[in-house]
Design a protein. Structure first.
Length: 91
């Protein structure tokens, strides 16, 4: 097993305070899947953190894009996008 796989198998105990409705929904899902509540909450938290990280990266890329292209005029941006600004003749 690789280092990343081993680190995903390690677990630590902690105490969380969750809204009763959220915990109830996690318990319902756990019963339906025949797993423990920790598994359901761990998976949900991991997925939520993955989505949050992806959203942060996406925002960072957008900001870098805006910064990189902020000095170009609309015409220059159209050229960069591959838009032909002058009419062409048909053959």
């Amino acid at each position: 097993m690789g280092r990343r796989q081993l680190s995903s198998l390690r677990k630590r105990r902690t105490t969380l305070s969750l809204p009763a409705e959220t915990l109830g929904e996690a318990e319902r899902i756990a019963r339906a899947r025949k797993v423990n509540v920790s598994t359901v909450i761990g998976e949900a938290l991991s997925e939520g953190l993955r989505l949050q990280t992806a959203a942060e990266r996406s925002s960072e890329v957008l900001e870098r894009y805006k910064k990189a292209f902020s000095g170009f005029s609309d015409s220059e941006m159209a050229i960069l996008d591959g838009v032909i600004l002058q009419p062409t003749t048909r053959k």
